[in-house]
Ligand binder design. Structure first.
Ligand SMILES: *Cc1c(COP(=O)(O)O)cnc(C)c1O
Length: 369
């Protein structure tokens, strides 16, 4: 580890493997057959992660994850629909803002930031408001690190005939998702989260029969998922300039993902990272914000110490100097900070980070407990 390349304990961009970075050392042309076959292999590998082969297609989209979320909502949701957004954090708020911008009717199911979206509460919302046609669900609310029970939510959506679009940005590849026989219509994620690629490419895995009905609906040209799909099917090429180096890095990261044992192995490594982190931070006196039952293995939110000497920016700078990048909190009411457990890192990195945090709070004279 060098001072110029710190370990990122953030939920994207994150620490990548050297091979993934090295995959970006050559240039690709967008007409190049080899590059376009690589895009095809990446999409096939992404479908395989969630068992979507056959019934679903994978459409890549240039940009960060939000671009793919906006493309999915703008393309897949009819303008006379009404979308239910179970709301327990900042990424749910982002879904609401996208729907507002597009003028799509929506209702929220307000929840606390440590309260999962239960299928029973979603079912009650369906019964209260028969206008609801769709659900836009954040699988893993990265703002607190909270995991929502997607399987139960998908079952209740299927039972009531509601379309389900899932922001699986920070869960895809790490939390098990099986599309076979599920009530999920579309899943959105991106290159630079649990797949451990670099940021710059989102993707939407969507039921083919649904996407086929969506020609000409998107209010945006660049974010028209149907147009992107049709063009790629016809030509094998990306519709506009592809993020070539990002695709090459993701291709390499997916090879490593499979070689390491796929989703179960990734989940196990992140679980060890999370356990090591919580155990050693608790030993320093820090208290996790979430109860263990809803705490994911992706990112952990800690309460800020009640000491007047506490400044997150100072802790950040001191820990940065030791080679680790922390993440600020994103909750509305409680003062917190976050430590990510994802990326090409293991328990040793977590222990190193917590040791650096321990030294920093001592040096800054912050009393934690
Ligand atoms: C990272 C993330 C996004 C996308 O954010 P970008 O800044 O556009 O990459 C969306 N939803 C969730 C839950 C995320 O964790």
């Amino acid at each position: 580890m060098s001072a110029s390349s710190p370990i990122l304990l953030t939920p994207g961009p994150l620490t990548t493997a050297p091979a993934t970075r090295e995959a970006m050392l050559r240039d690709w042309g967008s007409w190049d057959g080899e590059f376009n076959r690589m895009t095809g292999r990446v999409c096939a590998a992404l479908l395989a992660v969630v068992h979507g082969e056959g019934e679903y297609v994978c459409v890549p989209m240039q940009g960060s994850g939000t671009f793919a979320v906006e493309a999915a909502l703008g393309t897949l949701v009819p303008r006379d629909a009404c979308v239910l957004v179970p709301h327990n954090g900042a990424y749910c708020a982002r879904l609401v803002r996208i729907l507002e911008r597009m003028g799509i009717a929506h209702v929220t199911l307000p929840l606390a930031e440590d309260e999962p979206a239960l299928a029973s509460a979603i079912e009650a919302a369906f019964l209260r408001d028969p206008r609801i046609t769709h659900v836009a669900q954040v699988h893993l609310e990265t703002s607190a690190g909270l995991l929502n029970p997607l399987d139960e939510i998908a079952r209740v959506c299927a039972r009531h005939g509601k379309r389900l679009i899932v922001d699986a940005m920070s869960s895809f590849g790490a939390v098990p998702i099986d599309l076979r026989g599920s009530g999920i219509d579309a899943l959105v994620s991106a290159s630079g989260k649990c797949l451990e690629g670099v940021p710059g490419m989102g993707f939407v895995i969507v039921r083919r029969a649904l996407l086929e009905q969506c020609a000409g609906r998107a209010p945006s040209l660049a974010l028209d998922l149907h147009d992107q799909w049709v063009y790629m099917e016809k030509t094998t090429q990306w519709r506009f300039t592809p993020p070539t180096h990002v695709v090459a890095a993701l291709s390499c990261a997916l090879d490593a993902f499979v070689a390491q044992g796929g989703q179960p192995a990734r989940a196990a490594r992140y679980a060890r990272n999370r356990a090591t982190l919580i155990e050693s931070m608790t030993a320093l006196g820090f208290v996790p914000f979430l109860p263990a039952a809803v705490q994911s293995d992706i990112i952990v939110t800690f309460h800020a110490p009640h000491d007047p000497a506490w400044r997150f920016a100072e802790l950040y700078a001191a820990v940065r100097e030791a080679g680790y990048i922390l993440y600020p909190g994103k909750l509305t009411e409680v003062d917190t900070f976050r430590v990510g457990c994802i990326g090409a890192i293991d328990e040793e990195a977590m222990r190193g980070a917590v040791a650096a945090i321990g030294l920093a709070i001592e040096r800054l004279g912050i009393r934690v407990a």
